[in-house]
Design a protein around this ligand. Structure first.
Ligand SMILES: Cc1ncc(COP(=O)(O)O)c(C=O)c1O
Length: 309
């Protein structure tokens, strides 16, 4: 997927030219993967562009930084305002927002002490992550031979750049096997999540999803889906999920900022349910897309208006 460049990037408190948003090749982040970041979507709504659950994403960014002992030299509110300003500067209404915090140039060796902290924010256009028909028709996925990181190795609650080496292995293997995306197991062999999204299973009208202890990223879309499901009267259970439960699910779907709510048609070439997006997935998908696009009432104040900044 090629980058759709815009004109400016935000760097350490000011806007710079997109082309100048660079780090040195000997930066700590380049050599040791020391970055934390967020992926956020902004949607066009009847009241103007709105960033979905921006404060929750920025809180997770600060949580990720804290886990890695990185001190971000801005407040959460500074970064929220800068994200909104980046969208406004780009003149976009529907776009992706990528704040990234990284250990920069100035030290050698693994110990990051003394490496400066660089903060960048980009806003750019980004379409459906798993292909143009993913949301309507669903996707074919495969179980990865790579497991998610074991507890006490790479913290999966942190959205850290280094974690995505594992995701890259999963994704490349899935593509090589003719799948659009992978589902990973945890190191106990239970279901974890996709390479960049969380997973929900539907059986007998109920939703099931894996808990944080199954080596998942605590997805903000996952939380949104659980909340919307409860609003719709659909029971939700967070519990460890066995691999075989996926094959006998009535419906299966991924959720995440990038994939939104994407139905899964098959896993390991076994059809899930009817092999078509099911009614529960559709209800959740409709509720999600209506909410983020401001078509239903934003009862929880999850739409962060861009224009107000
Ligand atoms: C590994 C992983 N799991 C889950 C998610 C979904 O998280 P969110 O809904 O906050 O985008 C993402 C996306 O950031 C991810 O990279």
């Amino acid at each position: 997927m090629a980058v759709a460049e815009t004109e400016f990037a935000w760097h350490n408190g000011e806007f710079i030219k997109w082309a100048d948003a660079k780090v040195h090749a000997l930066s700590h982040v380049v050599n040791y993967g020391s970055s934390v970041f967020e992926g956020i979507r902004c949607y066009e709504t009847p009241r103007g562009p709105a960033i979905f659950r921006l404060p929750e994403h920025i809180r997770r960014l600060f949580d990720s930084a804290k886990i890695y002992r990185m001190v971000i030299p801005f407040t959460m509110q500074d970064i929220e305002r800068a994200c909104a300003a980046a969208v406004a500067r780009a003149g976009l209404s529907t776009c992706y927002v990528r704040p990234a915090v990284m250990r920069g140039y100035g030290t050698v060796g693994v110990d990051p002490t003394g490496a400066p902290i660089d903060v960048f924010i980009f806003a750019y256009p980004w379409g459906p992550y798993l292909g143009p028909t993913a949301l309507t028709d669903g996707v074919d996925v495969g179980t990865s031979s790579w497991a998610r990181p074991a507890p006490n190795t790479h913290p999966t609650m942190a959205k850290a750049g280094g974690n995505y080496l594992n995701s890259q292995l999963m994704k490349m293997e899935a593509r090589a096997n003719g799948y659009v995306e992978a589902i990973a197991l945890d190191t106990d062999g239970r279901i974890s999540e996709g390479s960049g999204e969380n997973l929900f299973l539907v059986r007998d009208g109920r939703l099931w999803t894996t808990p944080l202890a199954s080596s998942i990223l605590p997805g903000i879309t996952r939380d949104t889906v659980m909340t919307l499901a409860r609003d719709l009267g659909i029971p939700v259970t967070e519990t460890p999920i066995l691999r075989e439960a996926v094959y006998i699910a009535d419906e299966l779907f991924f959720c995440g900022t990038a994939v939104e709510v994407t139905p899964i048609k098959s896993v390991d070439r076994q059809e899930i349910g009817t092999g078509k997006p099911g009614p529960v997935t559709r209800r959740i998908q409709d509720a999600y897309l209506s909410l983020v696009k401001g078509k239903t009432k934003d009862e929880r104040g999850w739409l962060y208006p861009v224009a107000a900044d």
